[in-house]
Ligand binder design. Structure first.
Ligand code: 5GP
Ligand code: MG
Ligand code: MG
Length: 180
């Protein structure tokens, strides 16, 4: 089946306003501290680029990235996660913030949190642009959420369907293309 971009779920202005609010909240919570922001490749890249610029310079921000993939097809998560690219730097005794594009079943993040906690960070928090709460399987608490969304497959602002549409400036749902 082929898919096409359907309606706009969250437009550019709402994204920008919410990212500014999240940056402000993070700035207050980590005031005067050093914060390692970890982006989960590739979906979180666009959000993270905007988010770190919304954090005040009273927080000493550095960035690192991880790439993980879950086995199974591209629209579902199996809960079995493989690390394709690990962090470049140690997080021992550091304040760490994981930045994700979307939490769906929560299986990816619950695995990641377990792996990163074993490395002894001072603290570990999670920020996700989107949250599909209805689909949650793993018990995972997300500290900073941009938007709660219904159970739709979404693309844009970093999120892809088979690597397409990450560059769209808004978040959209996709729908199957019906051939005549
Ligand atoms: P989870 O392990 O929470 O089920 O899945 C998380 C990952 O599945 C996300 O980081 C994302 O890569 C992918 N995912 C889940 N829902 C969506 C969606 O609606 N759109 C896109 N593009 N990816 C999704
Ligand atoms: Mg992701
Ligand atoms: Mg993807």
């Amino acid at each position: 089946m082929d898919y096409e971009v359907a309606g706009t779920l969250i437009d550019e202005d709402r994204l920008a306003r919410r990212v500014a609010e999240l940056g402000k909240a993070i700035s207050v919570d980590y005031n005067g501290r050093e914060l390692i922001v970890i982006g989960i490749l590739r979906g979180a890249v666009i959000f993270m680029a905007d988010l770190v610029r919304a954090i005040d310079d009273n927080v000493d921000v550095s960035m690192d990235f991880m790439s993980v993939s879950s086995y199974g097809d591209s629209t579902k998560s199996s809960g079995v996660v493989r690390i394709n690219k690990d962090l470049d730097n140690s997080i021992k005794d550091k304040d760490v913030l994981i930045v994700e594009d979307i939490v769906d079943t929560g299986l990816t993040l619950s695995y990641l949190r377990r792996v990163l906690m074993e490395r002894g960070p001072k603290s570990l928090a999670i920020c996700s642009l989107l949250d599909k709460k209805e689909r949650r399987i793993a018990d995972i608490s997300v500290d900073y959420v941009g938007f709660d969304i219904p159970d739709l497959f979404v693309v844009g602002y970093g999120l892809d369907y088979s690597e397409r549409w990450r560059n769209l400036r808004s978040v959209h749902s996709v729908e199957p293309t019906i051939e005549a």
